[in-house]
Design a protein around this ligand. Structure first.
Ligand SMILES: [Zn+2]
Length: 176
């Protein structure tokens, strides 16, 4: 059975291109799946069409570590991601569905050990309140696939004052 059979596109008949569905781990140095093939512009603020996959389908699409973070709201160890030191120009996309979430221009060195951004691309992330620790935190996730990315705090740099503290394993870098 084709994997597409499992994909449910909510609210509409928009079919996702193969590039959006064909996620597999990409060898270092190779070009990521083309963002141009996606149904939305890589960096426009347009709302995205949500996708929903079964838990079993996510397990086949993601590595165990990605699954734990994206689908179970896990947190990777600090300083464990190569994206922490990624300074090239480009886009940081959701590792679950390839949707670009952050521009490299909004990345900054927070010193926390997690890739950090002061601004997300408009309408690409959605938030919820997380009570896993004693104090409530604002969790954010990919607006398209719902994959957990990290938490956003109000101690970031100008101009937004926000700090999106992201799991590197939940992102993939797309060089410009
Ligand atoms: Zn996603």
């Amino acid at each position: 059975m084709n994997k597409r059979t499992f994909l449910k596109v909510i609210a509409g008949t928009v079919a996702l291109p193969a590039a959006a569905l064909g996620y597999r781990s990409i060898p270092a140095g190779s070009q990521p799946q083309s963002a141009e093939a996606m149904p939305v512009s890589p960096t426009s603020g347009k709302a995205v069409v949500k996708i929903e996959l079964t838990d079993a389908e996510w397990k086949t699409r993601l590595t165990p570590v990605q699954y734990k973070v994206l689908r179970k709201s896990g947190t990777e160890p600090a300083f464990s991601s190569v994206l922490n030191d990624e300074k090239r120009e480009g886009l940081f996309a959701c590792a679950g569905c390839d949707l670009p979430l952050f521009k490299s221009a909004s990345k900054f060195d927070s010193g926390t050990g997690w890739p950090s951004f002061f601004e997300a691309i408009p309408e690409r992330v959605a938030t919820s309140t997380d009570y896993k620790l004693i104090f409530p935190r604002t969790e954010y996730h990919c607006a398209r696939c719902g994959g957990h990315q990290g938490h956003v705090f109000k101690d970031g740099p100008k101009p937004t004052g926000l700090r999106y503290c992201n799991n590197g394993v939940a992102l993939k870098f797309q060089a410009a």
